[in-house]
Design a protein around this ligand. Structure first.
Ligand code: HEM
Length: 373
């Protein structure tokens, strides 16, 4: 198998570092887990305090800012934990790493848990209520990680892939390269055929909602065409499944800072897509027009409309995850094509910064900022 620059710059360099053995400190994951448990309270407090601040005292504004900070801290605390154990390869570190990837994706997972609870409540009553489902699942995951830790096996490094003979190892490496290439091709096709125009369409709302609507109707004739829509949705399914296979593999081994960001943004996007498609395609199925007003809870934007402003955090991190995932994917592609690492890093940084600036403008449009009519 050809040795690629990607392997040289990431896997080989990582392998030169000493993988960390021993138990993962509780400070790596318990703060992120505690913040995850507090997420529903923080989101509800944010919404209530924001609306109270419109008619009440300044204390409500402070309360809204503090609650928003706690809600946004969850993915950031999880990222901090992931970075702290990026070289660890013990069984417990792998379990903690996977738990923290889920914690990064808390905003979409919280919305998903509400939807699942809505489905299960008629069958199981209060036992399937949103808070019980949320806290129950996270507690169960925490117990699983905890019992995988204090035991001797948990603190020992996972053996390198020595199982099987050389040809078995070669075929495993080859299938991993195949999955990576499938993932890359699907993501590039998604960006070109849908994502750029989808996000550009949202940007138009910064000028005016009627222009956004006109653009959306024009674009629908492309992405909702009978022959095109299944292709686009199929590409998302392929990208998500191949991405999850890559994620399962990459969370087993040591990684560098770039890879931490790459896998964390992947975890977020996978969960976001399930929730987003459930909401948008579900609305269409129920005969509701999934237009701008649907996405933002009304023409005045997310901040004007009751609880739907809670999705602001979910959208903002999704846009950031796209910026990071595409920027770092571009870096890998450039390294693969023998571009100097310094130039590839610069291109990635530039892409992430430029996309993040566009994301800020889209968030402004979502909260109701209008530069035109
Ligand atoms: C600010 C963030 C976003 C907002 C407000 C938003 C909003 C929407 C809306 C309103 C629709 C329905 C479109 C229509 O009825 O024509 C939609 C569909 C969709 N969105 Fe998003 N979206 C956002 C981000 C994303 C991201 C980051 C992705 C992918 C990574 C994505 C993937 C999709 C897909 C696959 C569809 C279904 C397209 C179809 O109708 O077949 N969206 N979104």
């Amino acid at each position: 198998m050809r040795s690629t620059p990607e392997m040289v710059t990431a896997e080989a360099r990582i392998a030169q570092d000493q993988p960390l053995a021993g138990l993962v400190s509780w400070t790596v994951w318990i703060p992120a887990l505690a913040a995850t448990m507090a997420y529903p309270i923080a989101v509800n407090l944010f919404v209530d305090s924001y609306h109270a601040a419109k008619v009440g005292s300044a204390a409500w504004s402070l309360s809204a800012i503090a609650a928003l900070a706690v809600a946004c801290a969850v993915p950031l605390l999880a990222l901090r934990g992931l970075n702290a154990i990026r070289l660890a390869t013990t069984y417990q570190a792998i379990a903690v790493r996977r738990l923290l990837h889920l914690a990064v994706a808390v905003p979409p997972l919280y919305l998903l848990s509400g939807r699942v609870s809505g489905l299960l409540s008629p069958l199981f009553g209060k036992a399937a209520s949103a808070p019980i489902l949320w806290w129950g699942i996270w507690l169960a995951l925490a117990v699983l990680v905890w019992i995988g830790g204090p035991g001797r096996a948990g603190s020992e490094p996972r053996p390198a892939q020595t199982a099987g003979d050389g040809s078995q190892q070669r075929s495993m490496a080859l299938s991993s390269v195949r999955v990576r290439n499938i993932h890359r091709t699907a993501v590039i096709a998604i960006v070109v055929t849908f994502l750029v125009m989808h996000l550009a369409n949202h940007l138009v709302a910064l000028w005016s909602v009627s222009w956004q609507r006109a653009t959306m109707l024009a674009l629908r004739s492309w992405y909702r065409a009978v022959w095109m829509e299944p292709v686009i949705l199929g590409l998302f399914v392929v990208a998500a499944l191949s991405g999850l296979v890559r994620l399962a593999r990459l969370t087993r081994s040591a990684s560098d800072g770039f890879r931490v960001l790459q896998t964390a943004s992947a975890a977020y996007l996978a969960c976001f897509l399930v929730s987003h498609l459930w909401a948008t395609l579900g609305a269409r199925y129920r005969g509701i027009d999934s237009d701008w007003a649907f996405a933002t809870g009304g023409k005045a934007g997310l901040l004007a409309s009751g609880w739907s402003m809670a999705v602001l955090i979910y959208y903002a991190f999704a846009l950031l995850a796209v910026a990071v995932h595409v920027g770092l994917g571009l870096r890998m592609l450039l390294l693969f094509n023998h571009v100097q690492p310094a130039a590839a890093n610069r291109a990635a940084r530039l892409t992430v910064v430029a996309s993040s600036l566009i994301s800020i403008l889209i968030v402004a449009a979502l909260v109701g900022v209008r530069l035109g009519r």
